[in-house]
Design a protein around this ligand. Structure first.
Ligand code: FE2
Length: 271
C-alpha cells in the first residue's frame, strides 16, 4: 500500500515506525564478494570505509550525489564496473526490487561501543533535490557478516531512549529504513569489521511489492539491554558531544547546524 506525504510517495508499512524488516536471506550460500571489492577512504572518521557499487557517475567514490556537477538526487546511480564485476550477487540483490537505485555500496564498520553509536546518531539527506511527485528515498541494509550481537540502533527522537529500536544483524538480516526520518547508527560488538550492503531505493509499487514478497514487518522486538547499559551509553555519548563542542568552540566554529545536531554527526553519513 502506498500513500502520499509531503508531496512524496511513501510505503504504508513505514508509516508507524519508519523501518521494515524482511525475511532472512541465506547469506552463507553466496561467496564473500565484499572481500574482493575495492574500498575507498571517505570522510575522516577512521571507523568506516565504503566500497561503491553504484555512485553518482560511475566513479570509484562515495560522495553524496548532490556534491557532483551536475548535482543529482540519490537516484539513477551508475554502476562502478571494477567493483560490480566482482560482486554479481550483491548487484543482483540491489536490483531485485526493481526500484530506482541511487547510492549502492558496502560499508566496513569497525567494532565500537554503544555510547559511541549514540554519539554517531544522524539522519541521512537522501531526498535532497528529490522532486515532489516522485517516491521517497529509503535505504536497504543487508548484513553480510554474521553479527548477531550487533544492532542497528534507531530512534525517532535522538534524545529519547524510549523511542529506540535495536535490530540484530546476523548474516542475512535485511532491513529497510527511512534514514531521513530516523536517527540511526550501528553498534557493532565483535573484534573484526562488520560488512553490510547499503542501497538507496525509491519508494513506489516495485519496492512495495518486494517488501510484501519477503514478508516485511514494520515492528520487531528490540535486542535486549539493561537500563544500566543504556545509561552508561548515554553518559559516554554526552561526554563525547561535550568534547566535540568544546573543540569546535575553541576553533571559533559553531558546533551545531542550528538545530541541535552536532556537526560531527554529518561526518558519518552512513550506518
Ligand atoms: Fe546514515
Amino acid at each position: 500500500m502506498l500513500y502520499t506525504e509531503g508531496g512524496y510517495t511513501k510505503i504504508e508499512l513505514f508509516r508507524k515506525n519508519g523501518y521494515v524488516v524482511l525475511d532472512m536471506y541465506d547469506q552463507a550460500a553466496d561467496p564473500q564478494e565484499w572481500t574482493e571489492i575495492e574500498f575507498v577512504d571517505w570522510k575522516s572518521s577512521g571507523e568506516t570505509r565504503f566500497a561503491p557499487l553504484a555512485s553518482a557517475y560511475g566513479d570509484m567514490e562515495c560522495d553524496g550525489f548532490w556534491n557532483h556537477t551536475p548535482p543529482k538526487t540519490d537516484k539513477d546511480g551508475v554502476w562502478v564496473p571494477a567493483n560490480t564485476q566482482k560482486a554479481p550477487n550483491l548487484v543482483r540483490r540491489a536490483e531485485e526490487p526493481g526500484a530506482n537505485i541511487g547510492r549502492c555500496r558496502v560499508i566496513e564498520l569497525l567494532p565500537n561501543q554503544y555510547g559511541e553509536t549514540l554519539y554517531n546518531f544522524h539522519r541521512d539527506d537522501n531526498n535532497r533535490l528529490n522532486p515532489e511527485g516522485t517516491g521517497w528515498i529509503v535505504r536497504g541494509f543487508f548484513n553480510l557478516t554474521d553479527n548477531p550481537d550487533s544492532v542497528m540502533v534507531l530512534r525517532g527522537d535522538k534524545d529519547d531512549p524510549s523511542t529506540e529500536t535495536r535490530i540484530p544483524l546476523p548474516a542475512g538480516a535485511q532491513l529497510i529504513v527511512d534514514t531521513q526520518r530516523l536517527y540511526h547508527a550501528v553498534w557493532h560488538q565483535g573484534d573484526v569489521p562488520r560488512y553490510c550492503l547499503i542501497t538507496s531505493w525509491e519508494s513506489g509499487p516495485e519496492l512495495d511489492a518486494y517488501i510484501e514478497k519477503y514478508n516485511g514487518v514494520g515492528e520487531v522486538a528490540s535486542y535486549p539491554m539493561t537500563e544500566a547499559q543504556i545509561a552508561e551509553g548515554e553518559a559516554l555519548a554526552a561526554s563525547k558531544r561535550a568534547a566535540r563542542a568544546a573543540a569546535l568552540a575553541a576553533r571559533g566554529e559553531d558546533p551545531t547546524f542550528g538545530d541541535g545536531t552536532l556537526r560531527a554527526m554529518e561526518q558519518l553519513s552512513e550506518a
